[in-house]
Design a protein around this ligand. Structure first.
Ligand code: UD1
Ligand code: UDP
Length: 360
C-alpha cells in the first residue's frame, strides 16, 4: 500500500525527516509531495541536503500568496497527484496551509489521512495555524497525538478514540538523531563570536506578531532592552517574512544581531548552548524544552501548554516591559524538567500503526 508524505515548510521537513528515514530504510512504497510553500534555500533545500533526505518526487511550487490563493493552488495541485498515484494514506504534519490542503484534498478523494502532531490547541481562532489544526484533525483517520493532553483534547471534541494514538512528537526523534552531529558540526558560536551560556537566541515570524507594526515594534524594543540591561548578545536568525515586514514598517532594531536563517544542525547547536531562548515558534518551544534550555514565548497563548506546566517556558505576550521581566525570571532557571514530548520513537510508532492497519 502506497504512502504519500505531504510537506511544504521548514518545520514539516524537519519533523517528517524521522518518518521519511524509516520508510526509506524499510524500502516502503512511498513518495514525497512538496507544496512549494517554502522555497528559499535556507527554508527548504538546506534541510533536504543536511538531513540527507530524498528529493521530493513532486513539487507543485505554489510559492507565496494570500491564504486562500495559496491553499487553493495547493488543493488543485495535490488532487491531481493523488488521483495519479492513488496512495492508501496521506501523511501531513503540523498546522500550516500545506497541512490543511493535503488533508482536505485527500479526505475528499477517500484517501486515509494521518495527522502527525494532532490535538494541539491555542484556542485562538485568529491564528491561521489554529484553523488549520482544528480542520485537519477533524478530517483525519489517524490522529497521532504527541501527549496524553493532546489526546484528551481530541476526545473532548468528539473524535472517536479508536482514531487517536499517543506517539510522542517526532521532533524528539529529530533532536536525538541530530544533537551529536550538531555538537560536532560547524562551530556556530565561534563564527558568531559568542560563548556557551553567554547569549540569547531569538526567533520571531508568526503572522500575529510581525504583520502588526506596533506589536512587532514593541517586541523588538523588549529584545533590545534585554541586550542592554542583561549585557549579553541577542542573536536573531530572521525569517524572510519578518525581514520583509521590518523593512516595510521601517523598523530598525537596535542592539540585536540579525543573521540569515540557520540550517538545522547550526540552529540546534545555538539552541543547546543559549542562556535563554525567546521565540514565537511552535517547534522552537518544544526544542528548548527537550534540550533543557529555558524559554520565553512571545505570544499571548500556546498550544504547547506542557512546556509551561513543566516550568520550561513562560508566556510574555508582546509588551516590551513584560518581555524583559520574563527574560529576567527565566534567565537562571536551573530546575530540570522532564521532557513531555516523548522518547524519540514517535516515528517508529506511527509507521507501525499505519502498517498494522494495512494502509501503508
Ligand atoms: C508558515 C506557516 C507558519 C509556520 C511557518 C514556518 C501558514 C499559514 N503559516 O508561515 O505556521 O510557523 O511557515 O516557518 O502556513 N517567504 C520567503 N521564502 C520562502 C517562504 C516565504 O521569502 O521560502 C516569505 C514571503 O515573503 C512570504 C512570507 O515569507 O510572503 C510568508 O510565507 P508563508 O508561507 O505565507 O508563511 P510563513 O510566514 O512562512
Ligand atoms: N529552525 C532552523 N533554523 C532557524 C530557525 C529555526 O532550522 O534559523 C528550525 C527549528 O530547529 C525548528 C523549526 O525550524 O525545528 C521550527 O520552525 P519554524 O519556527 O519556522 O515554524 P513553527 O514551528 O513555528 O511552525
Amino acid at each position: 500500500m502506497k504512502i504519500a508524505i505531504i510537506l511544504g515548510t521548514r518545520p514539516e521537513i524537519i519533523k517528517m525527516a524521522p518518518l521519511i528515514n524509516i520508510y526509506r530504510q524499510n524500502r516502503a512504497d512511498f513518495f514525497l509531495l512538496h507544496t512549494g510553500q517554502h522555497y528559499s534555500y535556507q527554508l527548504d533545500k538546506v534541510f533536504f541536503d543536511q538531513l540527507k533526505l530524498p528529493r521530493p518526487e513532486y513539487n507543485i511550487d505554489v510559492g507565496s500568496s494570500s491564504h486562500a490563493e495559496q491553499t487553493g493552488k495547493m488543493l488543485i495541485g495535490i488532487e491531481k497527484i493523488l488521483l495519479k498515484e492513488k496512495p492508501a494514506t496521506v501523511l501531513v504534519e503540523g498546522d500550516t496551509n500545506s497541512v490543511l490542503a493535503g488533508a482536505l484534498a485527500a479526505a475528499k478523494l477517500g484517501v486515509k489521512v494521518g495527522h502527525v502532531e494532532a490535538g494541539l490547541r491555542s484556542y485562538d481562532r485568529t491564528m491561521p495555524e489554529e484553523l488549520n489544526r482544528v480542520l485537519t484533525d477533524h478530517l483525519s483517520d489517524y490522529l497521532f497525538a504527541p501527549t496524553p493532553k493532546a489526546r484528551q483534547i481530541l476526545l473532548g471534541e468528539g473524535i472517536d478514540e479508536k482514531k487517536v494514538f499517543v506517539t510522542g512528537n517526532t521532533i524528539v526523534d529529530a533532536v536525538m538523531q541530530n544533537l551529536e552531529l550538531a555538537k560536532n558540526g560547524k562551530d556556530m558560536m565561534r563564527e558568531l563570536k559568542v560563548k556557551t551560556g553567554q547569549y540569547f537566541l531569538v526567533t520571531l515570524h508568526r503572522q500575529e506578531n510581525v504583520d502588526n507594526a506596533a506589536r512587532f515594534g514593541s517586541i523588538l524594543e523588549g529584545l533590545s532592552k534585554i541586550a542592554l540591561q542583561l549585557k549579553l548578545p541577542v542573536i536573531y536568525p530572521i525569517h524572510p517574512r519578518s525581514r520583509k515586514k521590518m523593512s516595510e514598517f521601517g523598523l530598525k532594531p537596535e542592539n540585536l544581531t540579525l543573521i540569515e536563517p540557520l540550517d538545522f544542525l547550526g540552529f540546534l547547536q545555538m539552541e543547546n548552548n543559549a542562556r535563554l531562548i525567546l521565540t514565537d515558534s511552535g517547534g522552537v518551544q518544544e526544542e528548548a524544552c527537550i534540550l533543557g534550555v529555558p524559554c520565553v514565548t512571545i505570544r499571548d497563548n500556546t498550544e504547547r501548554p506542557e512546556t509551561l506546566e513543566v516550568g520550561a517556558n513562560v508566556l510574555a505576550g508582546a509588551s516590551s516591559e513584560r518581555i524583559v521581566e520574563c527574560a529576567r525570571l527565566m534567565l537562571d532557571k536551573k530546575d530540570k524538567w522532564v521532557n513531555p514530548f516523548g522518547d524519540g520513537k514517535a516515528a517508529e510508532r506511527i509507521v507501525k500503526i499505519i502498517t498494522e492497519a494495512g494502509n501503508g
